[in-house]
Design a protein around this ligand. Structure first.
Ligand SMILES: O=C(O)CCC(=O)C(=O)O
Ligand SMILES: [Fe+2]
Length: 225
């Protein structure tokens, strides 16, 4: 999305569509080719649901919380936004990023990274670490909504995609974002004397998200107290 002339453009082409719930799909903008696209993406979205449910439950249990507390905030009709990223090889990888540093605005993001070409990096203690390629593995990333639901215990990490001069790279990121009507807040049991509520109750508005992204800011900072 282009908001200003000064904006630094990311080195990637993308298709960005809602894949679930089914009645939110805008099929008129879905690619028609390859011909199997719709069927495969439908199957993928159906099969992701139990994976997502299990991840939310495991996260809640790991904090000794009621198993459905994150899942309920996500909702039966939590939305899956799919972003198909294509990063062409780039003549100046020293100057150009595929995706600028950002944290995801989702609850969790399920990434199907390129099978062979590395490019995704996460930041820790000011340093960037590359995610190794593991064919057919899914990478689950915590987004801002889970940082809020877990009252800051699970961090939504900064990450970026770098470019390279030799090979094109592709990835599919599915942003699992709570049902629009649901207000996100820290789960019961996570607010106590030691750990006060660290965010205002809110969902994160997608338009604000992309504006913040271009400015290199984290939208979650807008809801922090
Ligand atoms: O290209 C990747 O591996 C990750 C993409 C990503 O972080 C995103 O689309 O938000
Ligand atoms: Fe991301």
């Amino acid at each position: 999305m282009v908001f200003s002339e000064q904006q630094v453009i990311d080195w990637n082409d993308r298709v960005y569509i809602i894949i679930s719930p089914e009645d939110k799909r805008k099929l008129e903008v879905w690619p028609e080719k390859p011909e199997t696209f719709r069927e495969v993406i439908h199957e993928y979205s159906v099969m992701l649901r139990p994976v997502i449910n299990n991840v939310f439950k495991a996260m809640a249990l790991s904090l000794n919380l009621e198993e459905n507390c994150f899942l309920n905030q996500f909702g039966e009709r939590g939305v899956m936004f799919a972003r198909f990223n294509y990063y062409p090889r780039c003549p100046r990888p020293d100057l150009v990023l595929g995706l600028k540093p950002h944290a995801d605005g989702s609850a969790i993001t399920v990434v199907l990274p390129d099978r062979e070409v590395e490019g995704l990096q996460f930041q820790r203690d000011g340093q960037w670490f590359s995610v190794p390629t593991i064919p057919n593995a899914l990478l689950i990333n915590v987004g801002d909504q889970v940082e809020i639901m877990s009252n800051g215990i699970f961090n939504s990490p900064m990450h970026r995609a770098v470019t390279n001069a030799e090979r094109d790279r592709i990835s599919l990121a599915v942003f699992c974002t709570s049902e629009e009507e649901n207000e996100i807040g820290p789960a019961d049991g996570l607010i106590n004397e030691e750990r006060q509520d660290c965010t205002r109750k809110s969902g994160i508005i997608p338009m604000t998200y992309f504006e913040y992204y271009q400015l290199g800011k984290r939208p979650i900072d807008a809801v922090k107290i």
